[in-house]
Ligand binder design. Structure first.
Ligand SMILES: NC(=O)c1ccc[n+]([C@@H]2O[C@H](COP(=O)([O-])OP(=O)(O)OC[C@H]3O[C@@H](n4cnc5c(N)ncnc54)[C@H](OP(=O)(O)O)[C@@H]3O)[C@@H](O)[C@H]2O)c1
Length: 224
C-alpha cells in the first residue's frame, strides 16, 4: 500500500510509520521538524520505502507542497492518516488566549482540511482516510478549549467527508486512540505515570487492522 501519514516524527505517528514500513508498505510522512524525520529514516536503515518532508500542515502552501511531494513519489495513495496535532492549553474558554486558540484550530482543523483536500484527487478508489480525533471531541471536556473544539470539528468533518466519498468506496474514520504514552499526553497530564498507559505501537496495530478490515465509515474508539 502507499500511505500518507502526517506528524510521523514521534508518538502515534512515528509508531505508524515504523509499522507500515516494516510491513513492506510505502510511506510518505511529514512534521515541522525534518531533522527528527531524518533520524527516524536512519533508525529504519535508510529504507527507500520511507519518504519524508518538513511541513506545517496548518499552512496551506506547505500542506500543498507536501502532498505534491507524496504524489511525485507514490502517484496514488491507498491510505491517508491525518495524525499531526497540537494540544494548546488546558484553560477555561473565558481565559483562553486568542493566539493559542487560533494556532490549535489552524493546525488541528485547518491542517486536516488542507491535507485532505489536496490528497483526495490522488486517493485510490476503495481507499481509507483516518483522522485522529479524541474523547475530548465527543463529550464536553471542560478546560480542553480549542483542542476539544478542534476534535469536535474532526468528528463532523469525517462524517461529512465519508458521505462525499461514498461513491468512490473510500472509507473515512474519526478515530479516537484513547490515552496513549506520548509527549502530548505527558504534556496534558504531567503528574501521570506514563508506564500506566498503552504504548503508541498498540494504537498503530489497531489502525493497521482498521485499514485492512475497512468497517463502515464512522467514529471509532480504540479498544483492546
Ligand atoms: N496521546 C494521546 O493520548 C492522544 C489521545 C487522543 C488523541 N490523540 C491524537 O493523536 C494524534 C497524535 O498525538 P500524539 O500523542 O502522538 O502527539 P505528539 O507525540 O505530540 O506528536 C505529534 C506529531 O505531530 C507533529 N506536528 C505537530 N504540529 C504539526 C504541524 N503543524 N505540522 C506537521 N506536523 C505537526 C509533531 O512533530 P513536530 O513537532 O516536529 O511538528 C509530531 O510528530 C493527535 O492528533 C492527537 O490529538 C492523542
Amino acid at each position: 500500500m502507499r500511505v500518507v501519514i502526517t506528524g510521523g516524527s514521534r508518538g502515534i505517528g512515528k509508531a505508524l510509520v515504523e509499522k507500515f514500513v516494516k510491513e513492506g508498505h510505502m510511506v510518505c510522512t511529514c512534521s515541522r521538524s525534518e531533522e527528527s524525520l531524518k533520524t527516524l529514516w536512519e533508525e529504519l536503515g535508510r529504507t527507500d520505502r520511507l519518504m519524508f518532508k518538513g511541513c506545517d500542515v496548518g499552512n496551506r502552501f506547505s500542506a500543498k507542497e507536501f502532498i505534491s511531494f507524496c504524489k511525485d513519489r507514490m502517484q496514488e495513495f491507498h491510505v491517508l492518516i491525518n495524525n499531526a496535532g497540537i494540544l494548546g492549553l488546558r484553560q477555561s474558554i473565558e481565559n483562553y488566549p486568542e493566539d493559542v486558540w487560533e494556532e490549535v484550530i489552524r493546525v488541528n482543523l485547518n491542517g486536516v482540511f488542507y491535507i485532505t483536500k489536496y490528497a483526495i484527487p490522488f486517493m485510490k478508489d476503495g481507499g481509507v482516510i483516518i483522522n485522529l480525533s479524541s474523547g475530548a471531541g465527543k463529550k464536553p471536556a471542560p478546560y480542553w478549549g480549542a483542542y476539544a473544539v478542534s476534535k469536535f470539528g474532526i468528528e463532523g468533518f469525517s462524517l461529512l467527508l465519508a458521505e462525499e466519498l461514498k461513491h468512490r468506496d473510500i472509507r473515512v474514520y474519526a478515530f479516537n486512540p484513547g490515552a496513549t504514552r506520548t509527549k502530548m499526553r505527558a504534556d496534558a497530564y504531567p503528574y501521570e505515570d506514563p508506564n500506566t498507559l498503552k504504548p503508541p505501537e498498540k494504537v498503530a496495530d489497531f489502525i493497521i487492522k482498521l485499514v485492512n478490515l475497512r468497517p463502515p465509515s464512522g467514529s471509532i474508539d480504540f479498544y483492546e
